[in-house]
Design a protein around this ligand. Structure first.
Ligand code: NAD
Length: 353
């Protein structure tokens, strides 16, 4: 195995997974188990190198530690990242083999969907382990696709950010949504219902067409969405889209979206603040999905899960308060709060289940 994970060793525990017959190659990272089992989804993606795959896994796992802590969940942070096999592959066999790897970790890692995986894939995982969520909901209990919950938390966060920073309601703003996949489409529908004007872009034209037909959104080419005239930029595609190169052309004064790891580097948080842009930290905003996953895995009721998702805007408000009080960029304020919770400090949540 030529995976140079040693440089990452201080950032958490890495478990390499491989089953050649099933076409499985990947890495499971347990960034922290301080608050409970390391929980975080399974991403299937094409990577140029094993190092790139490992780097993504560690970055995402760390984000999960902070996301779960800020959402007040009794969960640590982890992530699995699997290399997408070239060409067609037997998904059931692939995910059953992944499930066997998860089972070997004896519950210290809990998986669920992420980019490139579906509810059906998690059903295959569940054939080999019970440490999986995102399965079809049963008897009205939490479960299934976490995206609508993520979209709801993002929507509530945007409401808070727009009210606090622009002094306006969502019906009076234009939101540019980058990526109208599972979360982006659901978010666009909620924003449309709230009266916001929408500009959308996606590499998948069928998704754009659907959202345009349902909401009257204006479609723009993917390369224009970040610099389009809008009050809010909502990244709902992939990460690292806010960088020294792109921030200069951003027109929106609020960034609030569901994508993980939106900032290319932590310094980009300061870059946005210096430009007068309010950045709603991604992992504070997009915790709705993992709340649903946690509720399913831990056996909470739907009412418990809903209450926690509905508190997402309030949690963002607490982070913005700290940032204002300490003169910190919002991403650093969120990191500071999350680290203090992981270290045993009080949770943000007042209505913990
Ligand atoms: P998805 O794959 O359903 O949607 C992503 C969309 O982005 C797709 O429609 C894709 O075509 C589009 N896209 C890809 N590259 C693009 C580009 N350059 N420009 C514009 N569009 C592009 O994924 P999703 O589940 O909707 O998740 C979206 C983001 O939110 C991801 O970053 C994911 O990690 C994050 N997230 C999702 C959840 C969840 O519950 N699904 C939870 C937390 C975070």
């Amino acid at each position: 195995m030529v995976l140079s994970v040693s440089e990452w060793a201080s950032a958490g525990q890495a478990h390499l997974v491989r089953d050649e017959a099933a076409g499985l190659e990947g890495i499971i990272v347990l960034h922290s188990t301080a608050l409970g089992p390391a929980a975080g989804g399974c991403r299937v993606w094409s990577y140029d190198s094993a190092d790139a795959m490992a780097a993504d896994a560690f970055r995402l796992a760390e984000g999960m530690t902070y996301k779960n802590a800020l959402a007040g969940l009794p969960l640590g942070g982890g992530k699995s990242v699997l290399r997408r096999p070239e060409g067609a592959f037997d998904r059931r066999r692939f995910f059953r083999a992944f499930g066997a790897a998860v089972e070997e970790l004896k519950g210290s890692y809990v998986t669920a969907e992420d980019v490139g995986t579906s509810v059906d894939d998690m059903r295959a995982v569940a054939e080999a382990t019970r440490h999986v969520a995102g399965l079809p909901p049963q008897d009205g209990r939490p479960g299934g696709d976490p995206s609508p919950w993520t979209a709801r938390g993002t929507f509530l966060s945007m409401q808070v950010a727009v009210e606090r920073y622009l002094g306006r309601a969502l019906k009076d703003v234009t939101v540019a949504v980058q990526g109208v996949g599972h979360v982006g489409e659901a978010l666009a529908m909620m924003l449309h219902a709230a009266g916001a004007k929408l500009v959308v872009a996606d590499v998948a034209s069928a998704s754009v067409d659907r959202v345009v037909a349902a909401t009257g959104a204006r479609a723009v080419p993917v390369e224009d969405i970040l610099s389009v005239e809008a009050d809010v930029f909502a990244p709902c595609a992939l990460g690292a889209i806010l960088s020294a190169e792109t921030i200069g052309s951003l027109k929106a004064r609020v960034v609030c979206g569901a994508a993980n790891n939106q900032l290319a580097t932590a310094e980009d948080g300061a870059r946005l603040a210096d430009k007068g842009v309010l950045y709603a930290p991604d992992y504070v905003v997009n915790g709705g999905g993992i709340i649903n996953v946690a509720a399913e895995y831990l056996g909470w009721s739907t009412a418990d899960a809903v209450a926690r998702v509905e508190a997402t805007g309030e949690r963002l408000g607490r982070v913005l308060d700290l940032a204002a009080a300490e003169g910190l960029p919002t991403n650093l304020a969120a990191d500071q709060l999350a680290r203090s919770i992981v270290a045993g400090g009080p949770a943000l949540e007042r209505d913990a289940a």
